[in-house]
Unconditional design. Structure first.
Length: 199
């Protein structure tokens, strides 16, 4: 079986930060931003785009502007990660609406989003629906589940994947890597020690 995710055994966010981030996101639903499909299937974010006059359809995937609102809460963790990790990364909170199936897809920004470390935040434990990865889509529709117990994990977002959410809102924190840092490259760097600045 092809490897599509790799368990990470160092701390991304401390338990204290996770709990602070969850409290903040849950108490500020008005700050969550929807992503939309334009008629030609491009994904846009209304926060950064003028959608006047364009008919759009929500994907069910939403985001929380980390840089704008969570910088202070995660600053210590990001600083620690910058001192630990030898390659550039970006932070992100992916938020899925209740009762939403995103649809099987690969992430579109292939230059910026090759692989990502996912840290489930909400809901906790079994209520958090696993990410489904389809390594041989569409010929073989067998999914590999990346459940909360597999996380934090580095996963290949250039493999087909989906989320079939339950009636909870669902969100996770991610640090992601762009080209030339593909999933295979980052796995190799973790294994041979070059992913870390400190040996
Ligand atoms: Fe995705």
């Amino acid at each position: 079986m092809k490897t599509v995710f790799k368990k990470i055994n160092f701390t991304i966010l401390t338990e204290e930060t996770k709990s602070n981030v969850v409290s903040f996101v849950l108490s500020h639903p008005e700050l969550i931003e929807d992503f939309y499909f334009t008629p030609d299937k491009k994904i846009i974010n209304p926060y950064y785009n003028d959608i006047n006059g364009i008919k759009v359809k929500s994907t069910g995937l939403r985001t929380f502007p980390v840089k704008k609102y969570l910088s202070e809460l995660i600053a210590t963790d990001v600083q620690r990660l910058k001192e630990l990790i030898s390659i550039p990364f970006t932070t992100y909170i992916a938020y899925t609406n209740p009762n939403t199936k995103l649809g099987v897809h690969k992430d579109t920004q292939t230059d910026k989003r090759q692989c990502s470390i996912i840290v489930p935040l909400y809901p906790i434990e079994d209520n958090y629906k696993p990410t489904l990865i389809y390594p041989n889509w569409p010929n073989d529709k067998t999914a590999i589940k990346m459940a909360v117990n597999d996380c934090p994990a580095l996963w290949n977002i250039q493999e087909y994947h989906d989320v079939e959410n339950n009636d909870n809102i669902r969100f996770n924190f991610q640090i992601y890597f762009g080209l030339p840092y593909t999933f295979e490259v980052v796995c190799e760097m973790i294994d041979n020690g070059t992913f870390f600045k400190i040996k």
